[in-house]
Design a binder for this molecule. Structure first.
Ligand SMILES: *[C@@H]1O[C@H](CO)[C@@H](O)[C@H](O)[C@H]1NC(C)=O
Ligand SMILES: *[C@@H]1O[C@H](CO)[C@@H](O)[C@H](O)[C@H]1NC(C)=O
Ligand SMILES: *[C@@H]1O[C@H](CO)[C@@H](O)[C@H](O)[C@H]1NC(C)=O
Ligand SMILES: *[C@@H]1O[C@H](CO)[C@@H](O)[C@H](O)[C@H]1NC(C)=O
Ligand SMILES: *[C@@H]1O[C@H](CO)[C@@H](O)[C@H](O)[C@H]1NC(C)=O
Ligand SMILES: *[C@@H]1O[C@H](CO)[C@@H](O)[C@H](O)[C@H]1NC(C)=O
Length: 283
């Protein structure tokens, strides 16, 4: 074997033995989608989120928007995190109930967060129809699901209905039991289910393993905010890695459990003005 080949092999292997490094493509996608997840907080006021074409907005139940990114060729469903009184009620019902909403067929012994399932049940049909229409009009576009807090749960139905869906969930709490977590992982191909956490954000730990909850996906733990670089983001071992967010959170001191880390994912979540990136509306 040539020395150069050996060195390039070692360079490829060493990081995975020491510290998993975030690749550039994933970093770029994550950063961009953190902006979309933030834009979702301004709902109807965000005319062209990140320069994309907004197709539909949902203002009750699992709230958010569907948008078309002509430059990246993506259909992006972005779910808004907790904001209004209805959302706080949604979050508050942490009872694990049988998973019955559309797309739950095939999920054996699954239980999920009662509040989110109820919110999602209100919009699931219309969201799926909107995505279907967008996909029919743009068959080569990739379907992306993102959101701050709620997105990953709702994304499970979307991944059930369409093939090759990619998810970037930021600051999500555990949404269901272990069977549900396993089911999610069976729907998202390869490592397309990215669960992003930050520093000591305690919301990803707000629903607990003791209650019967379990996280799905591959965790990416941001160790510096704001504006982290790829080397500030640790690729964790699976979904419950104690060297990542699960080992660093602090017990909430206020009633909602929201700390500074929860509202800073690349940018201060919710304060982004939707237009900071150059327009890329397709011509
Ligand atoms: C949208 O803008 C209007 C007018 O400024 C404001 O009253 C409303 O609260 C905004 N909505 C959101 C979700 O920020
Ligand atoms: C579901 O639960 C039942 C009863 O506890 C058990 O017998 C069965 O193996 C479980 N199925 C799966 C797929 O986990
Ligand atoms: C939580 O949701 C379940 C199922 O939807 C419902 O039966 C229960 O009454 C709810 N609990 C509260 C406190 O709202
Ligand atoms: C899923 O999409 C990626 C690119 O977005 C592609 O490389 C891959 O082949 C696709 N896999 C399947 C099974 O469609
Ligand atoms: C990753 O986690 C699995 C299961 O918890 C464990 O068996 C494995 O040793 C871990 N790998 C590393 C590199 O820590
Ligand atoms: C929007 O955000 C960009 C980048 O942060 C900033 O330069 C610009 O002043 C902001 N515009 C408004 C109207 O706040």
């Amino acid at each position: 074997m040539h020395l150069a080949t050996l060195i390039s092999l070692l360079v490829g292997i060493l990081p995975s033995l020491t510290k998993a490094v975030l690749d550039g493509v994933t970093y770029d996608e994550m950063r961009y989608l953190a902006h979309h997840a933030s834009d979702a907080y301004s709902m109807e006021n965000c005319t062209n989120p990140e320069g994309t074409v907004k197709l539909q907005v949902w203002t009750t139940g699992a709230k958010g928007y569907l948008t078309l990114d002509g430059q990246r060729k993506w259909i992006i469903m972005s779910f808004r995190g907790t904001y209004d009184a209805e959302d706080f009620q949604t979050d508050g019902n942490q009872t694990l109930v049988p998973y019955t909403v559309k797309g739950s067929e095939g999920c054996k012994n699954c239980t999920v967060h009662a509040g989110i399932q109820k919110a999602w049940a209100k919009n699931v049909d219309s969201v799926l129809t909107a995505i279907k229409n967008a996909k029919t009009a743009h068959p080569t576009y990739k379907i992306i699901v993102t959101g701050h807090s709620l997105g990953a749960f709702c994304g499970t139905t979307i991944a059930h209905e369409f093939t090759n869906v990619t998810a970037y969930g930021f600051a999500a709490f555990r949404a269901g039991n272990r069977a549900f977590a396993n089911y999610q992982e069976s729907l998202f191909l390869g490592t397309t289910f990215h669960r992003v956490t930050s520093l000591d954000d305690n919301v990803p730990q707000a629903t607990t393993i003791e209650q019967g909850y379990y996280h799905g996906g591959t965790e990416y733990w941001i160790q510096k905010e704001p504006d982290p670089k790829p080397e500030d983001i640790k690729v964790c071992n699976g979904s419950e890695d104690q060297t990542c967010n699960a080992g660093h959170w602090t017990k909430p001191t206020d009633s909602q459990g929201v700390n500074a880390a929860h509202i800073t994912y690349f940018i201060q979540v919710g304060t982004y003005n939707c237009t900071a990136d150059p327009a890329k509306v397709p011509t």
